[in-house]
Design a protein. Structure first.
Length: 837
């Protein structure tokens, strides 16, 4: 049915009318939609009169309150530590309690949320109900690791992780069905963009050490920090979103004739600077993608060429910034190259091993919170200086820990959110207010889907602070038309009870940070570990041991706890076998780490040095080349470790290290015999390595045996001829030294002789230009041709020290001295030629 515009609309004040009501002139102002009519073809949600049946009333101040919550969570630690989780749970629970939902989601989506929240609880089923993987049996039976009798090997860790997951899911559910007014959506986007600018500015200030924010998560294990997140890439992702929101808010403010567009325009550059200062390639990609999508979907009207011009300008601007940021993200992109970007920074192996983990329990998963503990059992050997704690993808992480029963409902909810934010490209007639509202909602949707895209290749959505912002963006992006039904009576009551539960959960997390063990899980284990290490550092070993015991009961697969408890057992002089068992459990739980094995060996040196070889043997199996030199240093003060360590040298490089560190003739001969186990031992050795062996042999071993071998073994002589020639020269056998060296020096490539052979003429020409090497060579060749050997020698010796002298000059001089039978002088110049080679 086509609507006829009312010419008197807006001329006088009238009470608002709902859709389907009759105006005072008897005309139905907004007839109800026919069920056969496509709702996408009708007017937009906010384009009707003020009495739209879809738009909800609501003051703008509530929007400012809602949008401040994610910013506060990020500001106060981003939900990383227990105290930060507690703060986040309290404020989110309070919002859910005080502001219940006003709209009802479709039944299918409600059930999908319920299924996603309850599915991870299936990991608490008895372990006997599934086929236990081999690694689990190995840890339990062979090493005595006390795992839980459930599908999840760490029930306490999974329980706490599930509570955090339920908090995030409930917050997303609340954001979707809360229902916001136009004023609230605008207020939230303005606040989120401002908050993103503030967080970016604080991150820059903190990185420049102008103001240190001590409560932001930092750890040496994560590397240099940047921003409020443990992963520095996540602040760049949030900064890219802030840029998109600043652009959207500036455009909206300009259309509304508000001067605040100037502030948002200036604010755009602060998060952009944050991205480039952080040298984040992901941030640059998200910034480009987000701004391009916003230009295409929100800020520009029709016209392909207009969009192409603006997009091209954007590409040029970002390219200019990349060039300006030389030494930062620009250099990272140029150094790493496109191939590195395509290979996802070498994450392919992690993805493959993660898929192998998923294949073992595809439906139930391994239990929330267990990835970093279980992944080493599948990983084999990876980059041993960086221990993976997640699979570099939110989707893979959730699939690994929660299984398909958790992921499928989540995917269904994401698909519904995508559909509920449309239409994206279909233009309909609407009022200006409706167009502005749709433009803001589309901007929020673009920002939300940037978080989803980033979550495919990183793990930002596993952070409480980042996720709370993404969930709010999803709620802002929804079309009010998609939620036509009121919440009813039951839903607000249920959500309020849930809000109370989350406030209690937040208080429990806060109590953990103050020493109250009110909640089992990884937070309690982390607190106990930190407290136990403090007691250990202060010398209170007896008080630290029970704390380590309790921490292990909370997180039985944390390899660090066993390592640290073993050290305490040694400090307390408990039976060595108990400490050795704990060290062994630590190595079994983390079969790839090398630094822990190295530290274990250092600890054993103070108690039972012979036991140090046990973890160091593990090092040689995991990463043989990195630590071996350091281990040999320790062997110098512990002679009983020499033989065991030497026996671990399995490659020629390691054997060369042993050979070079031999302090006595006896040790050297033994190490050399270990290399020369057969006449052909050096046949497959690199020439440089053979030369190193010969040099060490000549310096520390039997020189006569080496010289005899080099004289008879032509293949070895190709790498040891320098030593042989030097040996002859030391014994004043200069002729033999020259004859040995000449075949291995490069052939002389002489400059073509000049046309003139008149020696006096060439001498006069050289007198006017004595630094002209070409004239010197012409004179030398003329003198040599005429048989004036002495003159040729004098001429060449003049240019031998010139920086631009030909490389063959010293060999020519040596050849002339050999022609004069002066082999001593010939050897001197040949030796210089050997050094120049």
């Amino acid at each position: 049915m086509k609507l006829t515009p009312d010419p008197s609309f807006g001329a006088s004040e009238k009470p608002p009318l709902l859709a389907g009501d009759t105006d005072y002139d008897g005309t139905m102002l907004h007839p109800p939609l026919d069920e056969s009519q496509n709702p996408e073809d009708s007017e937009d949600d906010g384009s009707r009169a003020s009495g739209s049946s879809y738009e909800l009333p609501g003051p703008a101040w509530q929007g400012y309150v809602f949008s401040s919550l994610p910013i506060l969570i990020c500001l106060f630690g981003a939900g990383r530590e227990a105290w930060s989780k507690g703060v986040a749970a309290v404020i989110l629970g309070a919002a859910i309690l005080l502001f219940p939902p006003q709209r009802k989601l479709p039944s299918l989506i409600i059930w999908s949320f319920l299924a996603a929240v309850l599915a991870p609880l299936l990991s608490f089923l008895p372990a006997q109900w599934i086929h236990l993987p081999e690694w689990r049996t190995h840890l339990s039976q062979d090493w005595g690791v006390a795992l839980s009798d459930t599908v999840t090997p760490q029930a306490s860790v999974t329980l706490e992780a599930w509570m955090l997951f339920a908090l995030c899911a409930t917050w997303l559910f609340w954001c979707l069905c809360r229902g916001f007014s136009n004023e609230q959506r605008r207020a939230m986007l303005y606040s989120l963009s401002t908050g993103g600018v503030i967080l970016s500015l604080l991150s820059l200030i903190d990185s420049f050490s102008a103001l240190k924010i001590s409560w932001w998560p930092r750890s040496q294990e994560w590397g240099a920090g940047f921003g409020p997140f443990a992963n520095r890439n996540h602040i760049s992702s949030m900064a890219a979103i802030a840029c998109v929101l600043c652009a959207a808010c500036a455009y909206d403010a300009h259309r509304r004739k508000s001067r605040s567009w100037i502030l948002f325009t200036c604010g755009f550059f602060i998060p952009a600077i944050c991205i480039f200062s952080n040298t984040s390639r992901a941030g640059v990609a998200l910034l480009f993608l987000g701004i391009t999508a916003w230009l295409g979907a929100s800020a520009m009207g029709r016209g392909f060429f207009k969009k192409m011009v603006v997009t091209t300008s954007l590409v040029l601007i970002i390219s200019t910034l990349l060039v300006i940021s030389s030494g930062g993200v620009g250099s990272r992109l140029s150094e790493q190259g496109a191939g590195k970007m395509v290979s996802l920074e070498g994450r392919g192996d992690i993805y493959l091993k993660t898929l192998e983990m998923i294949s073992q329990t595809p439906w139930l998963g391994c239990g929330l919170g267990n990835f970093d503990a279980i992944f080493p059992q599948f990983a084999g050997v990876y980059n041993l200086r960086e221990r993976p704690i997640h699979p570099e993808s939110d989707l893979l992480w959730l699939l690994t820990e929660g299984g398909l029963l958790t992921v499928l409902p989540c995917l269904l909810a994401c698909i519904w959110i995508f559909r509920a934010t449309g239409p994206w490209f279909k233009s309909t007639k609407r009022r200006r207010s409706g167009r502005d509202d749709k433009r803001l909602r589309n901007s929020a949707a673009i920002a939300f889907f940037l978080t989803v895209i980033h979550g495919l290749f990183d793990v930002p959505l596993h952070g409480l602070g980042y996720f709370s912002m993404a969930a709010l963006l999803a709620g802002i992006a929804l079309r009010p038309r998609r939620l036509p039904l009121p919440a009813g009576n039951a839903l607000p009551i249920i959500t309020r009870l849930t809000g109370i539960a989350f406030i209690a959960l937040g208080i429990a997390w806060l109590s953990i940070s103050q020493g109250g063990l009110a909640l089992p899980g990884s937070s309690t284990a982390s607190f106990l570990r930190g407290r136990a290490n403090q007691l250990t550092d202060s010398g209170s070993y007896a008080d630290a041991l029970p704390l380590f015991d309790e921490a292990i009961r909370q997180a039985p697969m944390d390899y660090r706890l066993y390592h640290e408890r073993a050290k305490v057992r040694l400090y307390l002089q408990q039976p060595v076998n108990e400490a050795l068992a704990d060290f062994s459990r630590s190595r079994a739980l983390e079969p790839n780490d090398t630094e822990t094995c190295f530290k274990e060996g250092v600890v054993w040196l103070n108690y039972r040095p012979e036991y140090a070889i046990v973890p160091w043997r593990e090092i040689m199996l995991r990463w043989p080349g990195y630590y071996y030199s350091t281990l040999l240093n320790y062997a110098e003060s512990h002679p009983e470790l020499k033989e065991p360590l030497w026996s671990l040298a399995s490659t020629i490089d390691l054997k060369l290290q042993v050979l070079g560190r031999a302090q006595t003739r006896e040790d050297f001969e033994r190490a050399l015999r270990n290399i020369l186990v057969s006449p052909s031992s050096l046949d497959n050795v690199e020439p440089a390595q053979r030369e190193s062996i010969f040099n060490l042999w000549y310096q520390h071993g039997d020189q006569a045996a080496l010289i005899s071998t080099l004289e008879t073994n032509k293949k070895w002589r190709a790498d040891g001829w320098r030593i042989l020639a030097e040996h002859y020269a030391r014994n004043s056998e200069f002729e033999r030294a020259c004859q040995t060296a000449i075949p291995y020096l490069p052939s002389i490539v002489r400059t073509a002789p000049g046309t003139s052979t008149d020696i006096p003429t060439l001498e006069r020409a050289l007198l006017y230009n004595p630094t002209d090497v070409r004239r010197v060579i012409d004179l030398f060749q003329a003198q040599k041709t005429s048989g004036d050997i002495d003159g040729a020698l004098r001429t060449l010796e003049k240019i031998a020290t010139m920086p631009n002298a030909p490389a063959y000059v010293r060999q020519e001089i040596a050849a002339l001295y050999m022609a004069k039978r002066d082999f001593r002088r010939a050897w001197e110049y040949l030796r210089e030629a050997m050094q120049k080679r």
